[in-house]
Each structure stands twice: as C-alpha cells, then as structure tokens.
Ligand binder design. Structure first.
Ligand code: PLP
Length: 416
C-alpha cells in the first residue's frame, strides 16, 4: 500500500488519473522518479500558462527569496505588491482603457468567486444570481451554489440556494436565452426575483470546452445594463491569455462589472487570486472580506514577471498560431476517425467530445492510453466525455505536434 493510500484522504483526485510520482518539470515536460518523461497537456488545470519552472519568472522569485525580501505580509504594503500593481496597471489595465480596482482575495479561485458573490449582493441589495447550466466556479458553498454539476453540489451536504440556472445557449440554440433571462427578470409572474448578477465563464472549461459567442456576450452585457444587473466574468481558467488575448471576454469587446482571476495570474503555479471591480462598485468596508493569505509576496513577484514575459515573447501571437495548428490537426486527422466526434476550441483550450461515440467511456480510454504513451491530458464535461487539450502557452511547436500525435494513435487504438 502506498503512503497515499495509507494516509491521504480519499478526496485526492487528479493523482488517480496519473498514478506516478513526479519529481521534476520544465516548461511542457514532466519527469517521474523512475525516469519517465511526459508531455503536459493539462497544465496544472490552467495554472501553468507560462510552463513549469519558467526560467524568467523563476529567476525573479529566487532573487527575491535570496535577498530576504518580505515573505509573508498579510495585506500590508510591500515593494512586491506595489510593483505588481503598477505593472498590472501599466501593462493590462491602461492599454485597454479599463478602470478597475483590484481586490486581493484568499489564495484560491473559489475565494475570489465568494468575494464577487458577496459584493454583487451588497451593491445591488438583491440576493439571487443567474448562472448558465454547465458552469463551474469552485468548491466552497457560495461557488458551489452557482456551479451546476450534481456531484460537486451534492458534496455541500446542505441545500444550495439562490441561483437560477439558465439553459446554456450552446445546447439550446432554439431558445433566445437573452430574451428568456429578461422575461425572468421582468415578468412579475416569473416566480424569479431580479438577480444581483449574472456569472459567466466565456468558455466553460470544466463544463467541457463550451464557448460563448461574441454576440451572446455583447447581448448579455446590454441586458445587464438595461436591467441594472451586474455582469461577472469568471476568468479563472480561461483568462491570462488562454484564449489569445489576456482576458477571455476581450474578443467580444465587453467590459464586465467584475472579473475573477486566479490560476495562471501568478505565472508560476503559486496560489493567488484577485477580483477586478468597477470603482463605483468597490463599496467594501475595510476587512469585510479578510484573510491571512491575501498577500502572497512570491506570487506578486512571479505575477509581475509573468506579465513582462508574455509581452516579451508575444504569447498572444504564438497562441493564435498554435490554435490554428491544433484546429487543422483535429479537423483533418482526429475527427474523420468517427462521425460522432464533436470538436470545440479557441486559443489554447480545445475539446474533443466523445459524448456521442458508441464505445463506452471512449474519452477515458483515450486519456489513459495517452498517459501510457507519455501525455498528461485530462477530461471534462458531462460524464467526463470531453478530452481537454490545454497545453502551456509557451509550448514548442514540435512538442505540440508530438502530443497531438499521441492523441491520434490513442484514438486509433480505442476507436479501431
Ligand atoms: C472557472 C473556474 N472557476 C473557479 C475555479 C475554482 O478555483 P480554485 O480551484 O482555485 O478554487 C476553477 C477551478 O478549476 C475554475 O475553472
């Protein structure tokens, strides 16, 4: 029996899909203690957009630690925090003409989602929330209440109130979702109170790579403006350049009232989350959403370096080139294997959907076969039927092709 089986709680999860012991990692490669080498198409669930142990970012963290610069500081003012804020303002906010206040939350994404929920309610003095079916926002109670999956919701062990789930437009093109939401918000016989906010992921990542159209996002922005409802974008997994531009909603030209960021914001896999808030909504009282770990100094240093790195290496452009490569590969070499396969993708998040394929657990079988052949890749969506291709934005072209070829041979084996 391994030490994990002996001691670690049953709640452990990803290690069950990849049952080896990893020791080292560099950019898109991971290594095990018994000499194994893996390509990483999972990317720490989106926390490693700049690759594992990115040298540029690493050098700044080492320098910081070696100089005994402050390591823990609660939310005191520090040089690291100041430099991060200045860099974020100059490289991200100002060039886009965005006017946001920045709130540092507890280190996990779900903590920033909780903050967004609390603040939406405080600002509007309403309690309800609209979210789309298929959404995932985290595992704490508030975040679970706007998460639609039955299994994570059941884990709450108590009723989860307050959210109206709206059919996702991707699965219901026959419904005018915007009109439906507006009717719920305005019809006094709808049985639904006007919500404080609508929470969206522009691409549902855990939901199976389900992409909102630019038109939908624009129409939703207009609806929220008409109705005085806040629009909150959870950019935790598909922000930080994952879809090409830094924010995933930029492609639609909308500006949300609040934006949640985490995962790759620190650039090095270090825990960090933040909430962008339009200044008129920043009505928190001091310490109203407090916490011990809201000022991860190493993460500030890494996050600043990451913003420099993405610019120096023109990661947006590289992402568009790699997006085209994946699209061509999937369309020409994977989809012809079975007419029931479906495919969705944008930037560097792509999903091959086995949901209609006649073989049981086909995506699971392909994922396991990929891992046997040296590729770390996860699944998402209903019944985990979507193989999620999510490499680091820094991946080399050759590595990307090699990973796709591993998927191709695994699919050939499973689909016959
Ligand atoms: C869109 C989205 N929101 C929220 C979360 C929760 O973040 P964390 O796991 O850091 O709490 C995740 C995590 O996968 C996510 O993908």
């Amino acid at each position: 029996m391994s030490i994990y089986e002996e001691l670690e709680s049953n709640v452990r999860s990803y290690c069950r899909s990849f049952p080896v012991s990893f020791t080292k990692a560099k950019m898109s490669k991971m290594y095990t203690d018994d000499g194994g080498e893996y390509l990483d198409f999972f990317n720490g669930a989106g926390a490693l957009n700049y690759g594992h142990n990115n040298d540029y970012i690493k050098a700044r963290i080492i320098e910081y630690i070696e100089n005994d610069f402050i390591s823990h500081a609660l939310d005191l003012h520090t040089a690291a925090k100041e430099e991060f804020l200045r860099t974020y303002r100059d490289k991200i906010l100002r060039p886009r003409g965005y006017n946001y206040k920045i709130m540092f939350c507890g280190p996990t994404g779900t903590n920033a989602v909780e903050a967004a929920l609390k603040l939406s309610r405080k600002v509007t003095k309403r309690t309800g929330i609209f979210a789309l079916t298929g959404s995932f926002h985290g595992m704490t109670l508030g975040s679970l209440s706007i998460t639609s999956g039955k299994t994570p919701r059941a884990g709450a062990g108590q009723p989860l109130y307050g959210t109206t789930f709206i059919p996702h437009p991707h699965f219901h093109p026959e419904i005018d979702t915007i009109a439906y939401m507006e009717e719920l918000m305005t019809d006094e016989y709808s049985g639904v109170e006007k919500p404080a906010a609508v929470f969206i992921e522009t691409v549902q990542a855990e939901g199976g790579v389900i992409i909102l159209s630019e038109k939908f996002m624009r129409d939703l922005r207009a609806l929220c403006d008409r109705q005085g409802v806040l629009l909150v974008v959870d950019d935790i997994q598909v922000g930080c350049g994952r879809t090409g531009k830094f924010f995933s909603f930029e492609r639609a030209g909308i500006v949300p009232d609040m934006v949640v960021q985490s995962k790759s914001i620190s650039g090095y896999g270090l825990p960090m989350s933040l909430l962008l808030i339009k200044p008129e909504h920043d009505i928190w009282s001091p310490a109203e959403h407090n916490g011990t770990f809201r000022g991860n100094q190493m993460a500030f240093v890494a996050a600043k370096a990451a913003l420099e790195y993405r610019e120096m290496y023109n990661l947006d452009q590289k992402t568009y080139e790699n997006e085209a490569l994946i699209r061509t590969f999937v369309t020409e070499r994977l989809l012809p294997m079975d007419k029931n396969l479906e495919y969705r993708g944008i930037g560097l998040i792509h999903g091959v959907d086995f949901g209609r394929v006649k073989i049981e657990d086909a995506a699971g079988k392909v994922g396991r076969e990929c891992f046997k052949n040296g590729l770390v890749i996860e699944r998402a969506g209903r019944k985990d039927c979507v193989l999620k291709i999510m490499p680091a934005l820094t991946i080399e072209r050759g590595e990307l092709i090699r990973g796709l070829e591993i998927i191709e041979s695994a699919m050939k084996k499973v689909l016959g």
